[in-house]
Design a protein around this ligand. Structure first.
Ligand SMILES: NC(=O)c1ccc[n+]([C@@H]2O[C@H](COP(=O)([O-])OP(=O)(O)OC[C@H]3O[C@@H](n4cnc5c(N)ncnc54)[C@H](OP(=O)(O)O)[C@@H]3O)[C@@H](O)[C@H]2O)c1
Length: 303
């Protein structure tokens, strides 16, 4: 039975306070695999609809078009939270990398600059890890960006507990990452890692919140039943679940009706019982592993 219960919930207005004092909007538009010829419109439409958080990366090859979408939207830059990421082959050239990203994006600063992966790749041979450099060195360099006006917050991505411990315990670590952007959906809920992030004052930002392309979650009976009962889409339920868990969510779409539907998160809510049912989903899968990297980054410490 369809049970549409209206509430005063304003999920789209939600934000999380970071350890820097900044507030990150809880729902952001993802742009991985958003092709340059489609992402400009996606960003423009999303901002026009009300999104105020865009997540991109140098590695996505679309920063320029993301920047164009921001400009075309007419929304003031100061009103938008913009995240980009340092690519693995650029770990030794942090200063150069941020300048390149800012030039691509057509902006003078980003709100959040993330180390995309704890993997320092040799730019001359992408199959090799740099012998004389790793993510601790990279973080030392990223910390120097704070105060230049080019980045307002710095953080990491794809860090498990082992690498975070190493980073935080190194004497060169003066700034605790504001964010750890990690894969989070009911097939990869990572309670230990999320709890570890929280214990260190690090905000968890959830990537692939829908389970990414061809998501196995869309055939999950528990999820489908809750969506049907609420008269909502499975995607909306997944996003609301992430917000209930206390992390930001970064749904990606280049399809206008989906961008709009994924934003329809106000005026209804999940109950604690719904959240528990979704928590009880047992099937596990991961969208982003580390087998493509020259170095292992997950050690079963990202669960
Ligand atoms: N830090 C990292 O290493 C990392 C890794 C992965 C992702 N991310 C970030 O997180 C973002 C989200 O992750 P993701 O792109 O892997 O996956 P996602 O947001 O979980 O899912 C995106 C997929 O779902 C489809 N979709 C979106 N809304 C839908 C709807 N309402 N109904 C049906 N299908 C829908 C999209 O298709 P269409 O686009 O064709 O509509 C796309 O195929 C990325 O874009 C990126 O910004 C970061």
């Amino acid at each position: 039975m369809k049970r549409i219960i209206m509430t005063t919930t304003k999920n789209t207005a939600k934000s999380y306070k970071l350890n820097t004092g900044a507030s990150i909007p809880a729902v952001g538009l993802g742009t991985w695999r958003s092709e340059p010829n489609e992402v400009k419109t996606a960003v423009q439409v999303a901002l026009g609809r009300g999104y105020r958080h865009i997540d991109t990366a140098f590695a996505y090859g679309n920063e320029k078009e993301v920047g164009e979408g921001i400009k075309a939207s007419g929304v003031s830059r100061e009103d938008i939270w913009l995240t980009t990421k340092l690519d693995n082959p650029w770990h030794k050239r942090v200063g150069e990398a941020i300048d390149k990203s800012l030039e691509n994006l057509g902006t003078s600063y980003v709100d959040l600059y993330l180390m995309h992966w704890p993997s320092s790749t040799d730019p001359d041979d992408l199959t090799k890890h740099l012998e004389d450099w790793d993510f601790v060195d990279t973080w030392r360099e990223m910390q120097k960006l704070v105060g230049t006006g080019k980045v307002r917050n710095i953080g990491v991505s794809n860090f498990g507990i082992k690498n975070l411990e190493r980073l935080l315990n190194d004497p060169s670590c003066k700034i605790v990452p504001a964010v750890n952007q990690i894969e989070l959906h009911p097939g990869n809920p990572s309670p230990k890692l999320v709890a570890y992030n929280s214990s260190k004052g690090i905000h968890s930002s959830g990537y692939s919140p829908l389970g990414s392309a061809n998501s196995p979650l869309y055939s999950n009976e528990t999820l489908l039943a809750i969506a049907k009962d609420k008269g909502r889409t499975p995607q909306q339920v997944l996003l609301a679940w992430g917000l209930h868990k206390g992390w930001s969510v970064l749904p990606k779409s280049v399809t206008i009706p989906r961008i709009e539907a994924n934003w329809e998160l106000d005026g209804w809510d999940l109950t604690d019982e719904d959240v528990k049912k979704i928590d009880s989903i047992q099937e596990r899968f991961k969208v982003c592993g580390d087998s493509w990297l020259p170095v292992k980054v997950f050690f079963g410490d990202d669960e």
